[in-house]
Design a protein around this ligand. Structure first.
Ligand code: SAM
Length: 357
């Protein structure tokens, strides 16, 4: 087995040539976001003001597509966006596939190790709506046995090196609000992916029992292996956010980091009701998510979300963005307030509390 080890908790690609190539892709992505996106958004919003005379939500998306889509900067920017995403997944997967047999054997071996457990039913039915190739990842979250390690390294490129040691995930865990009475015996990381928040929830609340739930077994197998390697006592379970099978009132706190824009609105509504059910009175639901219709978005932001949905396989995000997310949370019985602000200005943060009475 060729192995170049890890950089802290991040696996290294199988060859240095892959690492160099992906470093280039990472800077390419960085250039697209930090240098090009501000110019694109200013040009797009100015063009909308000049041509249409409005930039608020009264403007139809079809008009934004027509006006903004015709700008040369838009065309270059979106070509680059699509290209770096395709380059990133292809090379990342090819690199780890060299050691596929050994990597899968490591996941098998970790399943027999603790301190925490990995729980799944081999007959679990993975619903089709979760099996999209979200973000263009080959096999999506659910269907590539190597999906965990590929998603982890893909995250290095996605977060442009700012989450290599889970820094970004740690920030969100630190921002989570705890129940008013500070009782926090049991915590759930909903749609936990690789368990990067899950393990850090355990580090923040060492006396609590911490669970991570996700529909995607390849991600959970990798999450469990990482937790075993770190010696962190957390449990992972394959399940559905909209039907977790946990008991009523079992949890004091639930966290969902960027889940809701990736499920159909029907599932989003069911999930919010499900979290209300499994939280105890006074329990807190911390949500970090895409912006949505509860907030006013600029045409450039609406164009970005629309672009992402069509070209980056985010099939559910437009309906999420257009939903009245905050009202849906309130209708489920929660009281809500704004959560803490993170270094990612794009995401909204909501603290939803299940009332005591
Ligand atoms: C953007 S990722 C969430 C990121 C993750 N919370 C983190 O800490 O990095 C979306 C996750 O939602 C999971 N997912 C999608 N639909 C789900 C469902 N109905 N139930 C449980 N997990 C689901 C996917 O498998 C994926 O891991």
């Amino acid at each position: 087995m060729i192995t170049r080890g890890h950089d802290g908790i991040l696996p290294r690609t199988t060859t240095l040539a892959d690492e160099s190539y992906l470093d280039f892709v990472e800077s390419f992505r960085g250039m697209n976001f930090t240098a090009m996106y501000p110019v694109f958004s200013e040009t797009a919003d100015t063009e909308m003001k000049e041509k249409i005379g409005a930039v608020d939500s009264s403007v139809k998306l079809s008009t934004i597509r027509e006006v903004v889509g015709a700008l040369p900067i838009t065309q270059v920017w979106q070509r680059f966006m699509r290209s770096h995403q395709e380059m990133m997944w292809r090379r990342t997967r090819e690199s780890f596939a060299i050691n596929e047999k050994e990597l899968l054997a490591e996941l098998d071996a970790a399943e027999k190790q603790g301190p925490g457990q990995l729980i799944y039913d081999p007959n679990f039915h993975v619903p089709d709506y979760t099996r999209m190739e979200i973000h263009l990842q080959p096999g999506g979250y659910t269907d590539d046995p190597l999906g965990g390690i590929v998603f982890h390294y893909g995250g290095k490129v996605f977060y442009q090196g700012m989450d290599n040691q889970n820094e970004h995930h740690i920030e969100f865990v630190e921002l989570c609000k705890v129940p008013e009475d500070s009782k926090i015996d049991k915590v759930l990381d909903l749609a936990c992916s690789l368990g990067q928040c899950t393990t850090n929830l355990k580090k923040r609340f060492p006396d609590s029992e911490v669970w991570g739930l996700d529909v995607a077994l390849p991600l959970l197998r990798y999450a469990h292996k990482c937790a075993v390697d770190e010696g962190v006592d957390v449990n992972f379970i394959q399940g559905l956010s909209e039907d977790t099978k946990f008991k009523d009132g079992e949890f004091d706190m639930v966290l969902a980091y960027i889940l809701f824009h990736e499920v159909p609105v029907k599932v989003m509504k069911q999930t919010i009701k499900e979290v209300f059910r499994i939280l105890r009175p006074g329990g807190v639901f911390n949500i970090f998510e895409f912006p949505n219709a509860s907030q006013e978005l600029l045409p450039s932001e609406r164009y970005l979300i629309d672009y992402d949905s069509r070209n980056n396989c985010e099939p559910y995000s437009p309906a999420f963005v257009n939903s009245d997310f905050r009202q849906i949370i309130i209708d489920a019985g929660f009281t809500i307030e704004d959560g803490g602000t993170s270094t990612n200005p794009f995401l909204q943060s909501i603290v939803a509390t299940k009332p005591n009475t």
